[in-house]
Ligand binder design. Sequence first.
Ligand SMILES: C[S@@+](CC[C@H](N)C(=O)[O-])C[C@H]1O[C@@H](n2cnc3c(N)ncnc32)[C@H](O)[C@@H]1O
Length: 206
Amino acid sequence: MGRLTAVLYDRFTQGSEVACLQAWRADLLRDLTGHVLEVGAGTGLNLPFYPSALVRLVLSEPDPHMRRELSKKVRARHAERVEVLDASLEDLQVPGEAFDAVVGTLVLCSVPRLDHALAEIHRVLKPRGRFVFLEHVAAENRPRRLRWQHRIEPIWKRLSGGCHLTRRTADAIVAAGFTIGHIQRESMRKAWPLVRPTIRGVAVKA
Ligand SMILES: C[S@@+](CC[C@H](N)C(=O)[O-])C[C@H]1O[C@@H](n2cnc3c(N)ncnc32)[C@H](O)[C@@H]1O
């Protein structure tokens, strides 16, 4: 991400945030407890929705420009107990089985290797730990849109920091050794049509 993209990120995404994402984030995060790690935390758009009673909240973000925006938001909320970590899903730099929950929202589209990233999430979760996800995915039930996603994906990846349009992320979560306890499929309103199909829910480390 460039510096300008990071600074303008919240403004770019505001339409979808107000239309649906803020409600989805609130819904996904409200029941979390214990030790929680967020991966690819970006500018911290999940921050307002974490319960205040968490024992530990670590927000990891590898991009320096996004991390600067994230740190500003953490400081502005006087969230002294929130830790910001420079780490990517290739190597989270935390011990295994350390967290009760891992949160990833709109991040698995961008990782170079989805299977490696999910294995890393699985590694850092405690047994029966929860992976809370929200991702845009392949338009599996809309053949025409799926064709366009495949056509546009090569150029889109170059323009958007490696974002894939055609990932079957739910299948990959199961293949990584999780049991999906709850999943919802819905269109991301006010978003570009090729990123509208989303999944969100909770998977448990089997
Ligand atoms: C579209 S933004 C989403 C940010 C935030 N999670 C949200 O819900 O608004 C994608 C984020 O994933 C991060 N990211 C990209 N590749 C990553 C990787 N390999 N490991 C961890 N984070 C990554 C980017 O730096 C960026 O902050």
